[in-house]
Design a protein around this ligand. Structure first.
Ligand SMILES: [Zn+2]
Ligand SMILES: [Zn+2]
Length: 109
């Protein structure tokens, strides 16, 4: 996955401190951890940002649906970053960004 993403942060382009982030949390979608298309390379700062934002929005007092909507916004942002990068570098979407039908069904549900 690091190779696919050019060994740099897909958000800011930095090449140091790259970490793998799962777009959909493993706790939420256990099978998603195995999917290449669910991983995105982020530097330490951007990675922390994603998690800070994400965790900050999680309010147990909110109904499930409200939190869910936020999740989907974040997912489409991150998936959009992946697709843009793939297009820019002329990579084949289907293999490197594979998402199972099962996962896609989940994300649009
Ligand atoms: Zn970054
Ligand atoms: Zn992460």
């Amino acid at each position: 996955m690091k190779t696919r993403d050019g060994g740099r942060c897909l958000n800011c382009g930095q090449e140091r401190g790259i970490q793998a982030h799962h777009v959909m949390r493993r706790t939420l979608v256990p099978f998603a951890a195995l999917e290449l298309g669910n991983g995105i390379s982020l530097c330490r700062q951007c990675h922390r940002l994603v998690h800070a934002e994400f965790n900050g929005r999680l309010d147990p007092a909110l109904p499930m649906g409200a939190a869910q909507g936020d999740d989907q916004d974040e997912w489409s942002t991150l998936f959009g970053m992946l697709m843009d990068d793939a297009t820019k570098r002329g990579l084949e979407h289907d293999e490197l960004y594979f998402l199972s039908d099962e996962l896609l069904r989940f994300s649009v549900a």
